[in-house]
Write a protein that binds this ligand. Structure first.
Ligand code: ZN
Length: 590
């Protein structure tokens, strides 16, 4: 038996923490003392290490908390020969509290040559700027009043960060096709859009609309988010593609995909009857395979719509674009680089996974990276449901069994404090996928398949009226507690004990067993102070019975139950799974 750790419960909400931080800043420190305030109060453990321009999220800077990103318009020339970009970004921000500085994120590899500020109704106002350490500080000559709409025009350019290992270590990928054409993509989920444009690099704020006016040399084509408004050929051999999305969008989802693409047009009828464009931008050499893949991709779409509700961005399009890296869930233009391979359960898992993020990530977005399991864990479980739908329960359990081996659970799945992407990557790692998915698997054991699907549907669309909206009204931020609330609403049960153990404590439950006289005693070991009344299935002679463990304890007659197998279908996420299965009478599972 291991040392009992105290049970950790749900944590204070972001807003409480941010409120505290804001008051501290106002009362005890100037902004240059930000680091000191954080350390002194223990709000951030290591923000020397986390939060730079190559990171994303974490504690939201109080200056950035005082404005809301409305609109981003990027007018950029992409220069493959020099692997550089040049142009401007026009940002419209709404001031929500009086603001003496507009603080933006922009990687220091890019050089800012000019910043111009104007306030709607007032016009142009003088300003200074300082671009240092990945931050673009814009100082207006007057205090910007609450509710003012401010336009910030930033002229900039340079060689943006090259992706070291896209899509995991992001940046620009400057690749080439077989016949030597430039093939360029962006991926920066972990680093944030500030690697190539000024923005507020925090998951809690989305631009409401984005316009991309991207110029590339012929014969290159730009595939991006939303709708193509125009493409204009210029006499100098360049073409400007104007893409627009009118849906709120996370900064990391704003994506460029540039290559000699062929545009394969297709249509899809959504579950609500909306007919939308369903397009694939493929390299010429992949055209045939891309055309052949479209029917399967549409089956993936139908699966998600049936379980979760309508595809959220159907007023614009669903797009897939071939990329030199594996893939990324860029909103309405999914990056696809899986080379049309099928996974062990007979379907293109990469496309299926990235498409799932249109609901888990793009429709419902974690307001802090510490809730990242809501994106990845839910997507991973959707894939396992798809394996079940295609191939039955054997495939379902096989997929769960394979994923179980990848769970580490060395840290809590949901950290106590706001977390940057890097912190999540370092500490939680792949648990956001596999522990997240296994939590849903064990939850299904408790509440049944019908309710788990209902939970997923209601978490995607809390209100059935939202399912009929076309203009992004259903897009929302959520945290882990919102998911728990949905489970409680759907089931009418309070399962806080379940979520406390699995989400807010790192050690997995252990099933401790011992023989005492004629008794076979089974007990759940969980962190001290947690309760864990997880019922247990026991198989004897091919017959499975479920036993309540309301006090976390079960006593069986040892002789009667000799040879029994505990949790024979592996429903319960617990420590030492494989040792337990092979050793039902063992006293030590280490
Ligand atoms: Zn994912």
């Amino acid at each position: 038996m291991g040392t009992m750790l105290p049970c950790l419960k749900k944590n204070p909400s972001n807003s409480t923490l941010m409120g505290t931080l804001f008051i501290l800043l106002l009362t005890s420190a100037c902004f240059t003392d930000f680091q000191h305030v954080n350390d002194k109060n223990g709000l951030v453990k290591d923000d020397l290490q986390y939060g730079g321009s190559n990171d994303s999220g974490g504690v939201l800077n109080s200056l950035q908390a005082r404005f809301d990103m409305q609109h981003i318009e990027l007018e950029l020339k992409i220069l493959p020969a020099s692997k550089s970009i040049e142009g401007s970004a026009l940002l419209d921000v709404l001031v929500v509290e009086p603001l003496e500085e507009i603080l933006l994120d922009l990687d220091s590899l890019l050089i800012v040559s000019k910043v111009h500020l104007s306030v709607k109704g007032t016009g142009s106002i003088p300003s200074r700027f300082l671009h240092v350490d990945g931050k673009l500080h814009v100082y207006p000559s007057l205090l910007l009043p609450s509710q003012s709409l401010v336009s910030v025009n930033v002229v900039y350019g340079g060689q943006p960060l090259k992706a070291a290992k896209a899509p995991w270590d992001g940046g620009f990928t400057w690749s080439a096709t077989e016949d030597g054409h430039a093939w360029i993509t962006t991926t920066m989920q972990g680093e944030g859009g500030d690697l190539w444009f000024p923005c507020k690099d925090h998951p809690s704020d989305k631009a409401e609309r984005v316009d991309l006016k991207i110029s590339v040399p012929e014969p290159l084509v730009v595939a991006a988010n939303g709708k193509l408004i125009s493409s204009s050929k210029h006499s100098d051999g360049w073409t400007t593609f104007h893409w627009r999305t009118s849906y709120p969008i996370s900064n990391y989802n704003v994506a460029l995909n540039i290559g000699p693409y062929e545009w394969i047009e297709s249509k899809y009828t959504c579950i609500d009857g909306t007919v939308m464009p369903f397009h694939f931008w493929a390299l010429p050499e992949s055209r045939k395979k891309a055309e052949e893949a479209l029917p399967e991709f549409k089956r993936h779409m139908a699966f998600y719509e049936r379980i979760l509700g309508p595809y959220p961005f159907r007023n614009e399009k669903y797009g897939v674009v071939e990329t030199p890296h594996l893939g990324m869930e860029h909103q309405s233009i999914i990056a696809y680089g899986n080379k049309f391979r099928r996974g062990p359960h007979g379907y293109d898992w990469l496309h299926h996974h990235e498409l799932g993020h249109e609901w888990w990530g793009n429709l419902v977005t974690a307001n802090d990276w510490r809730h990242f399991w809501l994106h990845e864990g839910l997507c991973t479980y959707m894939q396992i449901l798809y394996a079940e739908e295609r191939q039955g329960m054997m495939a379902y359990h096989h997929a769960m069994y394979v994923d179980r081996k990848r769970i580490k659970s060395e840290h809590t799945l949901v950290p106590a404090e706001p977390a940057s992407f890097d912190l999540m990557d370092d500490q939680v790692g792949e648990d956001v996928y596999f522990k997240g998915s296994w939590i849903l698997h064990t939850l299904r054991y408790l509440i049944g398949k019908k309710d788990i699907e209902k939970v997923l549907h209601r978490f995607a669309y809390p209100d059935s009226d939202l399912e009929s909206t076309l203009e992004g009204q259903a897009i929302r931020f959520a945290g882990t507690q919102d998911f728990i609330d949905t489970v409680h609403q759907v089931t009418g049960r309070n399962l806080d004990w379940f979520f406390d153990v699995y989400l807010y404590n790192a050690p997995l439950p252990r099933l401790i067993e011992r023989l005492q006289g004629a008794q076979w005693i089974l007990e759940w070991e969980v962190p001290e102070g947690c309760s864990f009344p997880m019922p247990l299935e026991v198989e004897l002679g091919g017959h499975v019975t479920q036993h309540k463990m309301e006090q976390g304890r079960l006593v069986l007659d040892a002789e009667t139950w000799s040879g029994a197998v505990l949790d024979p279908q592996c429903w319960i996420l617990m420590e030492n799974r494989s040792a337990l299965m092979g050793n039902p009478y063992g006293e030590s599972f280490d």
